[in-house]
Every structure is written in C-alpha cells, then in structure tokens.
Design a protein around this ligand. Structure first.
Ligand code: NAP
Length: 303
C-alpha cells in the first residue's frame, strides 16, 4: 500500500483563502474589519519571526494587525495593563500573547487576563473549560489544524482507536478533547507511559507531540494508520537529511512504509497553526459583532 503524504501547506493555503473570502463578506455586512493583536515581550529572535509571520498573514486575509511589543524586563503589571487595554479596544477581535514569556513573568497568569471572547489561542481557563464540557468556544489553533488535516486525509474518527503522545495544555490535552468530541476512543501518553510502543501500535490515528527527534520508529505504527507528527526539532541539515534542518517526532521514512497517511515535517502541521489562528480571529470578530449589536440595542431601548 502506498502512503499518502498529507500536504499541510496546500491545505493551510486553502483555509487562508476561505478565511479571506469570509473576512470580505463579514466586512461588507457589518462594516467592521477583524483585528488581531500580538503581544511580544522581549526580543527572542524566534518569537519575533513567529509574530512577524502572524502579522503578515493577518494583512493577507484583510484583517488589521496590532503589533504590541514590550521590553524583556517589563513587569507583570505592564504586560497585564497592555492586555487589559486590548481587551477594551473594540477594534481588536483577537489577542495573542506570544509564548514563552521571559522567565520572571507568569505566562499562564498573563494568558488568563485575556478576555475569553478574544482568546484566539484558546488557552484561557474559560475556553479550556468550555472545550472539556463540549460547549462552544475558541479552541487552540494547532489541535484545530490537526482536525482539519485528519478531515482532509479522510480519517474515520467515530469509534476509532486514537492515541495522542504528549499531554501539554497547549496541544496534547485539547487534541484529546477534540478527538473525543468526534467519538474516537482516545488514549493520551506521556513521559511515564509504561510501554509507548505497544500503546502506539494500537492506534488507527496516531498524533505525536513530544519534541524529541524521531522518537516514534516504524515499529510503533499500526499498518494502515493515519500519522500526524506535530513535533518540531531542529538538527543540522546533515543530521536531518533535509534542507530546513527540521524533523518531527516520527521517523518519517520508516513510518511511511507502514502508515496509510502521514504528515511531513516541515510542511505538515506547522502551516496549519497560523491558518487556524486567522479562522479563530474571524470567529471572535463575528461573536463580538453580535454582542456589540445587542449592546447597542439594549442601550437604545434603555435610553
Ligand atoms: P511540551 O509542553 O514540552 O510537552 C511535551 C509532552 O511530551 C509532555 O506531555 C511530556 O510528558 C511528553 N513526553 C516527553 N518525553 C516523552 C517520552 N519519552 N515519551 C512519551 N511522552 C513524552 O511540548 P508541546 O508544547 O506540547 O510541544 C510538543 C512538540 O510539538 C514540540 O516539538 C513543539 O515544537 C511542537 N509543536 C508544534 C506546533 C506547530 O505549530 N507545528 C505547535 C505546538 C507544538 P510529561 O507531561 O510527562 O512531561
């Protein structure tokens, strides 16, 4: 059986195109333009590159980017004040605090300040709770991107054995919840899992997000499985065997011999995250447009 390579780059481009179309329709209908604010604390070059990418993507789909930067020694109160200002600004539909923040700051506590209806990363306690209760809310972008890839790959989730390796709040836990919501039978693995190979080899859908180059070898893969590799590990191009020097958590060549479909690294999950961030920002803008219209009505009636 020949393996299908799931082309995240092409799928992400289609999502972005669709978002751009819907942004134009939304703006025509409401007179509002969705806005995405990124908050970057410090001058970590990798984070600056990620933020720049998000800003550009925003402009490309017709949204307004708001670029907020604070110095590396900014206090908790300074960052909190910036987030509060953005919460109150009606031009801003979505707020993203670029993680990690410098060590002296408490990232989760800062994230929790973001208004849940502007939390386009889906990481506030309110949105995490709504997800686990199966209620509508904003979901984390990377797991949402993976769901999109699984849909495009034609993966059957209902009743399927799905294994997620990694249990971070950012990815593993919300990923498991999204699969559960689609009626998969979900197992979540982590660093204390006793026999990782045995658990993975049961998976019809295997999703790996650990951050260890080629942790998952060919004999972890059930024949015919759909494999999603979320890991991003930087090696030298010679070690990696590709131009970018990036490899995933799965041994791509070995897994491709066994799997029915697999994502490459780079070009698999990576491009999906920004695409879904844009979709989340539009979702947030729609919600707020309804809310502001309702508030205006109440205000008029109350007057
Ligand atoms: P993280 O917070 O460091 O979590 C890693 C998880 O892997 C933890 O749950 C850890 O278990 C588990 N783990 C560590 N060693 C293990 C082992 N030997 N066997 C089984 N599980 C093990 O990382 P993350 O933020 O979830 O990210 C994971 C990877 O995905 C990274 O490479 C990251 O760069 C990548 N990522 C990519 C994107 C994207 O846009 N493409 C987005 C998010 C993440 P414990 O909980 O027991 O410590």
């Amino acid at each position: 059986m020949s393996v299908t390579i799931i082309d995240g780059k092409a799928i992400a481009a289609r999502v972005r195109e669709q978002v751009a179309k819907e942004v134009a329709e939304f703006t025509a209908q409401t007179g509002r333009v969705p806005g995405l604010a990124t908050v970057l604390v410090g001058d970590d070059p990798a984070s600056a590159v990620y933020v720049g990418g998000k800003q550009r993507a925003c402009t490309e789909v017709g949204m307004v980017p708001f670029d907020r930067r604070l110095p590396a020694d900014a206090s908790f109160e300074q960052v909190a004040d910036e987030l509060e200002r953005l919460n109150a600004d009606r031009q801003v539909s979505g707020i993203l605090l670029q993680l990690p923040v410098p060590e002296h700051l408490n990232g989760p506590a800062l994230t929790a300040i973001i208004s849940p209806d502007k939390d386009v990363d889906g990481l506030t306690p309110v949105n995490a709770g709504l997800l686990s209760l199966g209620r509508p809310g904003l979901r984390p972008c990377t797991p949402l991107g993976v769901m999109e890839l699984l849909g495009e790959a034609g993966a059957k989730l209902e009743g399927a054995e799905a294994v997620v390796v990694g249990r971070s709040n950012l990815f593993g836990k919300p990923m498991a919840q999204l699969l559960l919501a689609q009626n998969a039978t979900v197992t979540v693995c982590h660093s204390r899992t006793r026999d990782l190979r045995e658990v993975c080899s049961r998976a019809e859908v295997l999703i790996v997000a650990v951050g260890r180059a080629r942790l998952v070898s060919g004999d972890y893969i059930r024949p015919g499985a759909v494999v999603i590799d979320v890991g991003m590990n930087r090696l030298t191009p010679e070690q990696a065997g590709n131009k970018s020097g990036l490899v995933g958590d799965v041994d791509f060549a070995a897994a491709s011999e066994v799997a029915a479909a697999i994502t490459p690294v780079p070009g698999g999950v990576g491009p999906m995250t920004i695409a879904l961030l844009l979709r989340n920002t539009l979702q947030a803008a729609r919600y707020q447009a309804e809310l502001y219209a309702m508030l205006a009505q109440v205000g008029e009636e109350g007057a």
